[in-house]
Design a binder for this molecule. Structure first.
Ligand code: KG4
Ligand code: ZN
Length: 313
């Protein structure tokens, strides 16, 4: 079964064709993120305007790259929520129109569920269920207990900012370009993660939830109090604190849930420090991240995969 997946929830216009939920035949991503490098974040109206410009050429390119004609497509999957309203609308309207004129079923996919399926893309072996799945992006930070490709329960989430948002806002405070995750990582690569100390949020609470707003405030005060700060050291210390908080909760979760695998998905799963901390902390678990780094951030392939597994329940 070949599904064409459309993802337009933010500043990426992404279209892909995926066979049987796993084999990526094409994955095309047009992005306006470079336009926001100096803005500290996405300007919704500008991102939506680019979605309108990019969507049809991106659909066309995805079909051409996969060497598929319209007859080869069995269904169309699209992100319905959450995200920037007008950007989402561009994808939904395109998907509905194509489904109607091509006479294909339309599969509606929640963005987070799409990310959760990104670990199945181009995967040869079967994952071991049940597993824990950490989904970390600019819009959400959630922990899921998953029992199959399509089923699962959310067991924890952030009480305030998403971790990706903490990276993005932190980068803006440090004068580093948007998106903040990669730019903080680049600066952190030559910094000392122990140069500045940051608090451990919610450390005395028996919860699996996260809170990132305190770390963001701590960064603001660290910058104010150390006018001659070293940007690499502060980026490394902040990145380390964000990742340590993520891993700390996960450690608690593994003592409550008996699982062999931990999936880590979403834009922040591309982070090298997070990946290293996870491997060090969980030597007896399989840490599964998306096979290709491009499947960490928003893409159409994860939406096509999610559409496949949803309709096969
Ligand atoms: O999943 P995604 O593409 O979009 C949302 O669903 O939000 O995630 C984007 C987020 C941004 O906040 C970005 O700064 C962060 O993922 N990100 C990273 C890295 N690459 C992207 N955060 C940390 N390290 C990275 N290497
Ligand atoms: Zn996303």
């Amino acid at each position: 079964m070949r599904i064409l997946g459309i993802e337009t929830s933010c500043d990426e216009t992404a279209v892909a064709i995926v066979k049987d939920g796993k084999t990526v035949l094409s994955s095309v991503i047009s992005s306006s993120k470079d336009e926001f490098a100096d803005m500290g974040g996405v300007i919704p109206e500008q991102a939506a305007r680019r979605q309108i410009e990019y969507i049809i050429p991106t659909v066309t390119k995805a079909l051409l790259t996969a060497n598929c004609s319209i007859e080869d497509i069995d269904a169309i999957a699209v992100t319905t929520e959450p995200g920037l309203l007008v950007s989402l609308l561009v994808g939904r309207t395109t998907a509905r129109t194509l489904a109607s004129i091509w006479q294909k079923p339309l599969l509606e996919v929640h963005h987070t569920y799409g990310h959760l399926c990104s670990v199945f893309l181009d995967l040869d072996e079967e994952p071991a269920f049940p597993c824990l799945a950490l989904s970390v992006s600019g819009g959400h930070t959630e922990l899921w207990h998953r029992t199959s490709h399509a089923m699962g329960t959310k067991i924890a989430e952030t009480r305030d900012d998403a971790v990706g948002e903490a990276f993005d806002k932190g980068a803006a405070m440090l004068g580093l370009p948007y998106p903040g995750g990669p730019s903080i990582s680049r600066a952190a690569a030559t910094g000392n993660p122990e140069a500045y100390s940051f608090p451990s949020p919610l450390k005395d609470e028996r919860t699996l939830d996260w809170s990132f707003s305190g770390l963001k405030t701590a960064l603001k005060y660290t910058i104010q109090e150390n006018t001659d700060y070293n940007v690499n050291d502060i980026a490394a210390s902040y990145e380390n604190a964000l990742c340590a908080h993520l891993v700390n909760r996960l450690q608690r979760a593994t003592s409550e849930y008996n699982v062999q695998e931990i999936h880590v998905v979403g834009g922040v799963s591309a982070n090298a420090t997070l990946r290293r901390l996870l491997t060090e902390t969980f030597p007896n678990h399989t840490i599964r991240v998306p096979k290709d780094i491009v499947y960490c951030t928003d893409n159409g392939a994860m939406i096509a995969s999610a559409g496949y597994f949803l309709q096969s329940v």
